[in-house]
Design a protein around this ligand. Structure first.
Ligand code: NDP
Length: 297
């Protein structure tokens, strides 16, 4: 009989909020250690324009930085900022030895080339892990700064399965540069057997049925149902989708949580799963960035 059928449903839920809190407590301790070595970890956040969601994200990031004792600097610019002026700001932050991490909140206004801006950030300060040098480093399995969301997902998997992910078959649904691709690279680094599926893949359902781990990063509400899963699979739901159900707006993932729960051995909820881990790993990355800039430590 499948283990999942014997488990209590509550025990299967991976509590991302609680795990993220533990990550933040770990960061707090590491911040103190760095301060004792004379380094004041500092994150610079750059926000261009009036996108309300971006303002909320930036506020949350700054609050969490304060909570763990990381100094944060905020640079807000209006929608009309030129690409040249933004690049100049990045150059200044790159040159400032007191700034360890640089985060440019996306999306940027259309007159600014996102790739050009992200490529301008010193890879050692690239706390989002989007610079091509870090992307390349990850694909070679080197210890570089890696994107926060998939890195947080690996921690969730280790909390659910133990440190050893070796040999497990992981299916990643989605191949974006921000989530799907780095997720696949990180799973490979953990010696998983990795399959990536996307909008052009045939038989996604059958492929997922062979997975020990399913990571859904699609952006399609409740796409993954129990019929996609083998008994005892571990499911990480990255999706954040706003839907209206019974006249009420709510957030749901890419996985149909209620349908999948009886089938799985562990699953992240939405909200309260991957979301809080993303910001916690931004803080971890800022510390890693500070250490990268002080290899003498
Ligand atoms: P993207 O839109 O960039 O990528 C979506 C991926 O899903 C693409 O690779 C696309 O394939 C694939 N896809 C789309 N439709 C299907 C389908 N029917 N079957 C299989 N694959 C499909 O999204 P992101 O990766 O940026 O984000 C994915 C989700 O994760 C979103 O809901 C987003 O809000 C959420 N998210 C959550 C974060 C968090 O902190 N929790 C952080 C970042 C994202 P193709 O490449 O062929 O088009």
């Amino acid at each position: 009989m499948s283990l999942a059928l014997l488990q209590q449903d509550d025990d299967k839920i991976i509590d991302g909020k609680a795990i993220a809190q533990r990550v933040l407590e770990e960061v707090k301790v590491d911040v103190i250690t760095l301060q004792q070595q004379g380094i004041e970890p500092c994150l610079a956040v750059v926000l261009v324009g009036d996108d309300p969601a971006s303002h909320v994200y930036v506020r949350n990031k700054v609050e969490k930085a304060r909570f763990v004792g990381i100094r944060s600097l905020e640079f807000r610019f209006d929608e009309q900022l030129s690409e040249e002026d933004l690049l100049q700001k990045i150059d200044e932050l790159n040159a400032d030895p007191d700034v360890h991490g640089i985060l440019v909140q996306l999306p940027l206004p259309k007159q600014i080339n996102e790739t050009k801006v992200l490529e301008r950030i010193n890879p050692k300060k690239d706390v989002d892990g989007f610079h091509s040098e870090n992307v390349g480093g990850l694909s070679q399995g080197r210890d570089v700064l890696t994107p926060c969301t998939p890195t947080g997902c690996i921690r969730l998997l280790k909390e659910a399965l133990g440190d050893e992910l070796t040999g497990l078959h992981a299916v990643v649904i989605g191949r974006s540069n921000i989530v799907g691709k780095p997720m696949a690279a990180l799973l490979l680094k953990e010696s998983c057997t990795v399959t990536v599926v996307h909008s052009k893949t045939k038989n996604i359902q059958q492929i997922c049925q062979q997975a020990d781990i399913v990571v859904a990063a699609v952006g399609r509400p409740k796409m993954v149902t129990a019929s996609y899963l083998q008994a005892d699979a571990v499911v990480i739901d990255v999706g954040i989708n706003r839907i209206v159900e019974d006249g009420k707006a709510r957030l749901v993932g890419d996985v149909d949580f209620d349908d999948a729960l009886p089938m799985v051995s562990a699953i992240t909820p939405v909200p309260g799963g991957v979301g809080p881990m993303t910001i916690a790993y931004l803080m971890k990355n800022t510390l890693q960035a500070a250490r990268l800039q002080h290899p003498d430590l």
